[in-house]
Design a binder for this molecule. Structure first.
Ligand code: SAM
Length: 485
């Protein structure tokens, strides 16, 4: 049962519906709380019995240069959100978004990278109008409507749909119409469905899972279902030419970067699902979660070409797993095998046209080269990993940070001559143990004895042809295991 009580001091902002307001927001110091004052609207609120906190709609119409944002969440989280740089430093978000349709900014002349228009068989889509080089920022959007997963867990569907509708309706008018015009699959939906149902549908079709609070969040990793309305016009492709990247608490924005060079007239695409799955798995997932059949080039391959693509996807998965492993099983393999596997991995990403993921191959190739003591090759791959990877996953990504360190000094990186170092440490440990045993026996160790005296056992690198054959053999063995045939 939602609480029915009088409103807190919430101003006279228009909402689409008359709302019961939960007094807990005020009782707990909410309305007088400076953290919550940052929000221009703090209603409506709903709370079911057993829930610790109400869930309310918090809107800040001044966010991102007057574009606005609405968040369906608890007062505690709203207070926290209001303290992050996206809110406290307005300069961060002022010029991030494309101008809102119908505003004077939209009419002003400017260089456009894309247009939003009908794409046959897909509804609306985003099409490049100029050459967009790989790595370029294509567009960015601050969040419009964010729904805390807590709302899905603690409220009924009718309740959270009502809050989401209020969230959309409290946005400034040009922004609100941008949101309400998004795809609801059925063009008649906007005029036939009640507002809560329409907004719920728009949110379901167009939103991303975002974790904006990350480490600083007291409850950590609580996701928000988040709408970025311009980005929401980008259609899916299993081999996309662009990738999305959440820019974090500094802006609460999502960015789209080109994963490869994009030419005028090409549709800009992202992948809605993990592209590293076989065609059948991708198709099943697409049907199940999105309700449409993907007709992208990779999904339209036939016969042998389709089988080869699936095999490459499986091989990428296996090679990636093996080359990410830094333990005993890797030590059993030779450095040469690692290098051949890394080269193969990079080639497979390229053949599969997985431009949004190829940096992962470069990362593993850089580490494999460094582990084999080949510093310059390692640096070359690490540079490529950064060049391709940073626009896709950001500088703060752990792999990218690792590559930045490797580029600076391959020799000081943990992966440098990994097998040899591992063996040296193992020997040192053995010698220390032996010495301890000696001492325990009461036999005084002679000076210098038991210490390492340049006796590092080098790992043997087998001679003979560097084996593509051998890698094929390993691959085949493991793929059989993996594929079961
Ligand atoms: C986030 S929206 C993308 C923009 C949408 N086309 C529009 O008109 O606003 C997602 C919806 O677009 C359509 N869509 C996206 N990618 C598609 C594709 N590759 N083929 C067919 N329809 C697609 C589906 O209806 C999907 O539910």
């Amino acid at each position: 049962e939602p609480h029915h009580a009088s409103a807190c001091d919430l101003g006279d902002a228009p909402t689409a519906v008359a709302w019961p307001v939960c007094p807990a927001v005020c009782e707990n110091g909410g309305c007088g709380d400076r953290g919550l004052d940052a929000w221009t609207h703090r209603e409506p609120c709903l709370r079911n019995p057993g829930s610790e906190q109400p869930i309310c709609v918090f809107t800040d119409i001044s966010f991102a240069g007057g574009r606005g944002i609405s968040v369906v969440t608890t007062p505690e989280r709203a207070r926290y959100l209001a303290s992050i740089p996206a809110f406290t430093d307005p300069a961060n978000t002022r010029v991030l978004n494309p101008p809102l349709p119908g505003t004077p900014e939209a009419a002003a002349p400017r260089t456009k990278l894309y247009e939003i228009r009908e794409v046959p068989g897909k509804g609306m889509g985003v099409v490049a109008t100029t050459f967009i080089p790989r790595g370029s920022l294509i567009m960015a959007n601050t969040a419009s409507v964010m729904t805390d997963y807590r709302a899905f867990n603690e409220l009924t569907k009718d309740q959270y749909a009502a809050l989401q509708a209020a969230a959309a309706s409290q946005l400034p008018v040009a922004h609100r119409s941008l949101v309400l015009n998004l795809s609801a699959h059925d063009p008649a939906a906007a005029s036939t469905l009640p507002q809560p149902e329409l907004v719920e549908r728009i949110m379901a079709i167009n939103s991303f899972d975002i974790d904006p609070l990350s480490d600083a969040d007291p409850e950590r990793h609580y996701s928000f279902f988040t709408l970025f309305p311009d980005i929401a016009r980008i259609n899916h492709d299993c081999r996309p030419n662009a990738e999305y990247l959440f820019l974090g608490p500094s802006t609460l924005a999502q960015a789209i970067h080109a994963a490869r060079d994009i030419y005028p007239g090409e549709e800009i695409s992202v992948s809605y699902l993990n592209p590293l799955q076989t065609r059948a798995k991708r198709a099943a997932r697409m049907r199940e979660t999105w309700g449409f059949d993907c007709a992208c080039q990779a999904c339209s391959l036939r016969g042998r070409l389709a089988r080869e693509s699936d095999e490459r996807v499986e091989a990428i998965g296996w090679l990636h797993g093996e080359l990410s492993e830094w333990s005993g099983s890797r030590a059993e393999r030779s450095e040469r095998d690692d290098l051949a596997m890394a080269e193969l991995l990079v080639a497979l990403y390229e053949l599969e046209r997985l431009w949004c993921l190829v940096h992962e191959g470069y990362v593993l190739a850089a580490l494999a080269h460094n582990a084999a003591g080949s510093a310059w090759d390692a640096m070359r791959y690490a540079r490529r990993a950064l060049d391709w990877g940073v626009p896709m996953v950001g500088e703060e990504d752990e792999d990218m940070k690792e590559m930045a360190k490797l580029v600076e000094s391959p020799w000081g990186h943990w992966s440098w001559r990994w097998r040899r170092e591992r063996e040296r440490k193992r020997q040192e440990q053995e010698e220390a143990m032996a010495k301890r045993r000696e001492t325990e026996k009461g036999t005084a160790a002679e000076p210098g004895k038991g210490r390492r005296q340049g006796t590092v056992k080098r790992v043997e690198v087998p001679d003979g042809p560097l084996g593509y054959e051998k890698v094929r053999e390993i691959l085949k063995r493991n793929l059989e295991k993996y594929l079961g045939s």
